[in-house]
Design a protein around this ligand. Structure first.
Ligand SMILES: [Zn+2]
Length: 466
């Protein structure tokens, strides 16, 4: 078996690795590159392989940086099966349809600007990266699997997905290739959740790997204790109430948003949440809530209890799900006492930008970052303390109070990555993917010190035998 690296090498988006096993070609993830406009333009580049020659895709989870280029792959000739956990298959419809809608709207806007003689005439921007039709064709290829259930992909190649504890349906991927009496096993961690992530079960151990592709998003950091973060959230809400401001929380539609609502339900009285108006200003997050409700059997025991009790995280008395644009715009009338959860999580698109433009110039408002902010994104500039930012065509002064609460991360930190590695049988050598270089270097030296194994950093085009 052989693996070749294409994406999420030295960065955290665009996950894509190619495996050759038993004469077949399998793609692990086909993610979108996210970041600056130049970065995102790379999503239109040709793949480093021929899509029609890929026999199957295995998808680790539904985050767009892992699945977002699947419709492009299909548009360019891929027609094989896409294997993934069944909740991921369900989420994928929401994620890809939303991405297609955005891409189509962006292209229409570019066409209008061109017709008015404005814009920079970039031909690429006039056609969407993919359309709803491409998404429909992609969804037809999905094969939803259960966790812990070996599935034969081709004669001699068996796939097993295990819970990765990162978002609903997230999985670690095990590909085992049989040669007579021996089996060689490649394991891809996908994205791993930290232990004790609310709602989800913890990442499962993996019995055996001969080579491990390991994510390293937070390979160089330790998160704060989740309990400290939860206390901090309560304090921010109290301070924001005293300041008479609004609170904006840029959040990913999948995972973080549901976790926040879970914490809101758990600390509803303690945080004085009944006096706030809470807006979930994300049609996509609202649809994802429906998916979570359809897969409660995948929840951990604590979440099953919370879902059975009151208040129900998705049905808080003062929670409003803003689906159409009019409801979103109505939030502009609220000048204090509103908690606004809106996407995108890194502020590089979506409704959160409109709220930020209005609220950033005023000190009484608060912005809480609860997720990873990749280089080149507006979120990263805000987290790094920018005094002003350029957004939606204007310069915006930043006086709002900014908080970064790292402890809610959906990614395992360095100690958790090392713990999970220790749970993988066979002490495999490791190739680090899905991390910026500082994080990968830090994790590499810890893995080498603690386990005495060989650790490489994936580079584009690099190949490894398994
Ligand atoms: Zn992810």
């Amino acid at each position: 078996m052989k693996v070749r690296f294409h994406g999420a090498v030295g960065e955290v988006t665009g996950s894509c690795h190619e495996v050759e096993a038993a004469g077949q070609r399998v793609l692990l993830d086909c993610g979108m590159i996210q970041g600056s406009r130049e970065d995102e333009r790379r999503n239109r580049d040709s793949f480093d392989f021929e899509p029609a020659q890929v026999d199957a895709v295995v998808l680790s989870h539904a985050h767009i940086d892992h699945c977002g280029r699947l419709p492009v792959l299909v548009q360019r000739g891929f027609s094989g099966p896409i294997y993934t956990q069944r909740a991921t298959a369900d989420l994928l419809k929401v994620m890809l349809e939303d991405a297609a809608r955005l891409a189509e709207a962006d292209a229409e806007r570019a066409l209008r600007r061109k017709a008015q003689g404005k814009g920079n005439g970039d031909e690429d921007e006039l056609t969407p990266l993919f359309t709803m039709e491409d998404v429909a064709a992609t969804l037809r290829l999905l094969r939803g699997l259960e966790y812990d259930t070996p599935t034969t992909l081709f004669p001699g190649v068996v796939l097993t997905l295990r819970d990765a504890g990162h978002i609903l349906g997230s999985a670690t991927v095990e590909l085992a290739e049989q040669h007579g009496d021996t089996t060689r096993t490649l394991v891809f961690s996908g994205d791993l959740g930290p232990r004790g992530t609310p709602i989800l079960r913890d990442a499962e151990p993996v019995p055996k790997a001969d080579l491990l592709l390991l994510e390293s998003t937070y390979g160089g950091r330790s998160h704060r204790e989740r309990s400290a973060t939860v206390t901090e959230l309560g304090e921010i809400f109290r301070a924001a109430w005293r300041d008479g401001g609004n609170v904006v929380i840029p959040a990913f539609a999948v995972g973080r948003t549901q976790e926040l609502l879970y914490w809101f339900a758990k600390h509803y009285d303690e945080w004085g949440l009944s006096r706030w108006q809470i807006f979930l200003d994300s049609p996509m997050a609202s649809r994802v809530i429906g998916v979570y409700d359809r897969h409660t059997d995948l929840f951990d025991d604590d979440a099953k209890k919370v879902w059975a009790g009151k208040p129900h995280p998705f049905k808080l008395m003062n929670l409003r799900l803003c689906v159409d644009a009019k409801e979103s715009m109505a939030i502009n009338e609220v000048d204090g006492g509103a908690i606004i959860i809106a996407g995108s999580g890194m502020c590089n698109g979506g409704r959160v930008r409109h709220h930020l433009r209005r609220l950033l110039p005023h000190e009484r408002h608060h912005v809480i970052f609860v997720g990873y902010q990749a280089q080149g994104t507006l979120g990263r500039r805000l987290v790094d303390g920018a005094a002003w930012v350029r957004m939606l065509g204007s310069d915006v002064t930043v006086r709002a109070q900014r908080h970064t609460v790292g402890g809610l991360s959906a990614h395992a930190d360095q100690p958790a990555l090392l713990d999970w590695y220790a749970s993988v049988g066979g002490r495999p050598n490791v190739v680090l993917v899905h991390g910026e270089n500082d994080a990968r270097e830090a994790l590499k030296s810890r893995l080498e010190q603690s386990f005495g194994v060989e650790v490489d950093l994936a580079r584009a085009g690099m190949e490894r035998e398994v």
